[in-house]
Design a protein around this ligand. Structure first.
Ligand code: SAM
Length: 561
């Protein structure tokens, strides 16, 4: 899951320039612009306006001036989390709304040829029947995060299921017949107070760049807003408290805001603050240790049976944070990637174990009744500090993980040791994922006995990686993603073949067995998705992989494992 500014700065991804590029591009990037275009088109089609918005018609349409206010009825929520309402053949994108709402919106940008316009929410005229209660956060409708606070949780989960369905319909390029019914979204046990990492930021004063260029010390006329992006803008708004943060992260936020105000003159430009929860496990029968922990400022204690979790908030990127998932201890560089909602992780890994077990116990190949060997090995691509390698380790005899961050890989090695994974059968490689298959010894990792877990960043895998994966041909693939649209694109390649028709010398592709969302980010439009794929036909010797596209440095010191 990407953090950075994406969660709280989504609106600024709507840019005219990128929209033009979108038209020229053939490979989907899973961007908000692409996603919303699909939703706009499908709404117009449903409203039987299918034939109206040819580009010519759309360009001839008279649209309201910008800015101006209009009243519109919301028909649905797009996969980007904003409401969509149609008026005179144009779709208005209105944030913080629900289907059935009648709202006043301020139009600020038209995409005339694409038949949609961006607006700010101004006021609710008639509320939708789907709304429930008052959004608890005072920044709702201002801050660009947490758009769904007005919607009941069950509604949010159902909406996210429909996002996964639409992603596979619009981005996989697969016929509906090969996409299984999307499973129910895995809920988050915590719907507020779940985020173990927040990164509020502040901008430099108006002339900071000029001042620095001329060697002058940057001066701060006032304390800048410290918080997240205002919806629909690139402006930061001041956020005193964030209700999706865990208790200790919220305490850390208060403390850091105070510190920045006091030390403002030490900053020569804006900055992003790190707030990362870290846990120390103390045995419940250690009264002295617990007494010390209780006396520490800004510490939160959580009783967990035989032990107590002593939680603190780390603000140094170079420090180490510790997370527990069930009884697995996972250390991580505080500033590097680690999952941000620890409450959902035990259910996600349990469901993955169940699905992998099912894949393991299939004993015959449907197409020719040949026995299928048991899956004994795991390859963890984009493994970070080893979260999946470690939490799923009990199911496999051998594992290999790869990540481009050498710092995360160092931690993965230590985490494996700390959690008693056998040294001789657990390996990690610090390199680009494209180097993975050149490093795998197929005698130790026979494809027929191996599952590949993939958890890439938002942009998904690249074609080169998928080509090598198909050439290797593992028995199962488990694809976890924070961007279901790029996941659908990549799964489309695995099931239907790569663009250009070459699946790497093999016509035998994959069957999509299951796909479902997981709600790592309640109150927001984000959905994580988990797809399970199984190789369809008898395993044949894989065609030789092309040379890996990685630098020699990236691979130095790494041998086939
Ligand atoms: C979504 S995170 C998943 C991490 C891990 N699976 C977990 O759950 O903690 C994506 C990971 O991909 C890594 N990454 C990004 N680009 C990569 C590349 N080209 N090759 C290998 N790893 C990459 C990042 O360093 C990050 O650790």
């Amino acid at each position: 899951m990407a953090q950075k500014r994406s969660l709280h700065g989504g609106a600024n991804s709507f840019k005219g320039k990128r929209n033009k590029r979108l038209k020229a591009s053939t490979t989907s990037e899973g961007s908000n612009e692409e996603v919303i275009l699909h939703d706009v088109r499908s709404l117009l089609e449903e409203l039987k306006l299918k034939d109206a918005p040819t580009e010519q018609d759309a360009l001839g349409k008279v649209l309201p001036p910008t800015p101006s206010e209009l009243e519109v009825t919301i028909s649905r929520i797009s996969s980007t989390g904003d409401g969509l309402g149609e008026k005179n053949g144009q779709v208005y994108v209105v944030p913080f709304t629900a289907p059935g709402d009648v709202v006043t919106a301020r139009v600020y940008k038209h995409f005339q040829a694409e038949s949609y316009s961006l607006t700010d929410f101004v006021k609710l005229v008639t509320p939708s029947q789907f709304r429930e209660g008052e959004p608890p956060c005072q920044y709702f409708t201002q801050c660009s995060g947490c758009q769904f606070q007005h919607l009941p949780y069950a509604y949010q989960l159902a909406h996210k299921k429909s996002v996964v369905e639409r992603a596979y319909k619009n981005f996989s390029n697969l016929p509906a017949s090969v996409v299984p019914a999307v499973g129910d979204t895995i809920p988050s046990p915590l719907q507020y107070g779940y985020r173990t990492k927040l990164t509020p930021h502040f901008d430099g004063p108006p002339r900071w760049k000029q001042d620095r260029r001329h060697g002058a010390k940057v001066t701060w006329p006032e304390v800048p807003p410290i918080g997240f992006m205002k919806k629909g803008t690139r402006k930061t708004i001041d956020i005193e408290d964030c209700l999706i943060g865990t208790e200790v992260v919220r305490l850390g936020m208060k403390r850091e805001r105070g510190r920045v105000k006091e030390e403002l003159n030490n900053y020569q430009k804006g900055a992003t603050l790190l707030l990362r929860e870290s846990i120390e496990r103390v045995p419940a029968d250690s009264p002295d240790a617990l007494e010390i922990a209780r006396k520490q400022a800004d510490t939160v204690l959580e009783e967990r049976g035989n032990h107590v979790h002593v939680k603190t908030c780390i603000t140094n990127n170079r420090a180490t944070s510790t997370e527990y998932v069930d009884d697995f201890r996972l250390d991580n560089p505080a500033g590097a990637f680690f999952q941000n909602n620890s409450s959902i992780l035990p259910s996600v890994t349990r469901i993955m174990r169940e699905e992998l077990l099912q894949a393991q116990t299939i004993t015959t190949n449907e197409s020719n009744s040949e026995p299928v060997p048991k899956i004994k090995n795991m390859i963890d691509a984009y493994c970070g500090s080893g979260f999946f390698t470690i939490t799923l380790s009990g199911m496999f005899q051998r594992s290999i993980g790869i990540d481009v961050s050498s710092e995360s890989i160092e931690f993965a090695r230590k985490n494996a040791e700390r959690n008693n994974l056998p040294r001789d059968s657990t390996h990690f490689i610090a390199a680009d994922a494209n180097a993975l298959f050149a490093s795998v010894d197929t005698a130790k990792f026979p494809p027929a006995e191996t599952v590949v877990i993939i958890d890439p960043p938002r942009k998904g895998c690249d074609e080169n990686f998928v080509r090598q994966l198909l050439q290797y041909g593992p028995q199962s693939i488990c694809y976890v993603s924070c961007n279901v649209h790029t996941q659908a694109r990549d799964v489309g390649w695995m099931v239907g073949g790569l663009p250009g028709g070459d699946a790497g010398g093999s016509s035998s592709l994959y069957e999509l067995e299951s796909v479902r969302g997981a709600d790592f980010f309640p109150q927001t439009y984000h959905v994580e998705a988990i797809a399970m794929l199984r190789r369809k036909t008898t395993m044949t010797a894989p065609a030789p992989a092309p040379p890996a596209v990685v630098s020699a440095e990236a691979l130095s010191g790494e041998q086939a494992v």
